[in-house]
Design a protein around this ligand. Sequence first.
Ligand code: NAP
Length: 478
Amino acid sequence: MKINDYTSDQIDAAVSAAENIANDWAQSSRETRARLLRGLADVLQARRDKLVCVGDDETSLGSVRLNSELDRTIFQLRGFAEHVEDGNAFAVSDDPAIAGAPPLGRPHLTRVRVPLGPVAMFSASNFPIAFSVLGGDTASALAAGCPVVVKAHPGHPQLSREVFELTKAVLTQQGLPEGLIGMVEGAGIEVGVGLVRHPGIAAVAFTGSFKGGTALWSHANSRPRPIPFYGELGSTNPVVALPSALTGNAEELARTLAASMEFGCGQICTSPGLVVLFESADADRFESALRDALQSAKTHTMLTPSMKHNFDAGIARLVATPGVQTVLAGESTNDDHASPRPVIARTSAQNFISEHALHEEVFGPACLLVRVQSIDEIVEVLNAVGGSLTVTLWGAEVDSPDVRRITRCATQIAGRVLFGGVPTGVAVTASQQHGGPWPASTQPFSTSVGYAAMDRFLRPVALQNPPAWLIERVGQPC
Ligand code: NAP
């Protein structure tokens, strides 16, 4: 499918249309926003078969995965509708005036939040529905009261256009201007750069590579007026297997991990890329069972030829690093459409810590097993990772100083710490946190999944001694 390369005039038109509606949408009621979010969910539901079919042709993700992604997208659009109806976009904190001299005496202060304005939203390649045109970033920005200009991902152009046409129909049906949700396409980086640098854009939401994300982030920061850049850049998602977890359960845990690695052909930001485990017979059993499970894994063509190319390059880098042994070798072909074979490698804690190349994410079905000798080494390995969307702890059920130490370290480097289970699968809920310290994301204080994602696009303002008419709006911008 040919990608349309939008000109700077077309980008300008999309952003200008978003700017024109920005004030009206910021002032819109909770009912208006909820109606739009529900209307978008309904139209996705109504066109499910067509969207799944087009999406499968472009991404090879398969109808089971795409149907569940569509379920999730519909769920989160409706969830944001409820979140807005509950008044969360208009939450205020109010301190009545106290007569007298400061510091006890004070004026009346009401803290409200105002929408930032048009958001540039970069669709993710690996979630062509749930983090694309009408995905979580778009839903949260609309809920916050911000128009959106989508940068379509070139990995699924036809699906993006189909969803965008449905979007336009819903806007028309609800009497809303088309500019509320715009879309631009580009085969090269110029369109994305032009969008981020456009003076009318007030914030950016991005999911993708470290390289692309940091390039766009620096554009956001070097504008005459820098803007917030919410980049979700990827992660190695360490899994720490404490000895008590593996005893009697090594094979079962290995099969569970293999299924998590296989999911989406490993093209998932929470895919487990690192397992930390003590040198032991149980660890050997775990490793053999993981190799057996992945040897027969059914993978599929990767999302784009460049992703396959990056995966092959990442594996070549991994296995060529000194001190790394291959446990399950991949299969190198020059065919970018070939299904990649999962790869497992092994190294020691000290080698992992000293070899910085091993800290990089290999996007796809690959996992590095790091053998440790002590709790100190587990902590050192996690600190070497530095920042991750998730850390999973197996065997931390019983309180002890060591367990507390590892838990503390995990919470310092990750946005989400799991006690058991696997990191793939990110629930859409109010308590979710999807975003971790650098290099997992550019803004570790925010989340790109769950209802708190809306907060990224709302800026706090304190109203001092506000007049009665403004108080009566109860946080709804004027
Ligand atoms: P990407 O290369 O980061 O591209 C994402 C978006 O950013 C695209 O719209 C792309 O525009 C734009 N972009 C990339 N580099 C840019 C630059 N230097 N300047 C301006 N815009 C730029 O991600 P991808 O295409 O989805 O996949 C490539 C790699 O990213 C994967 O192999 C994987 O390593 C990683 N990735 C990670 C995650 C994650 O969640 N961790 C998700 C997806 C991908 P154009 O396409 O128009 O150039």
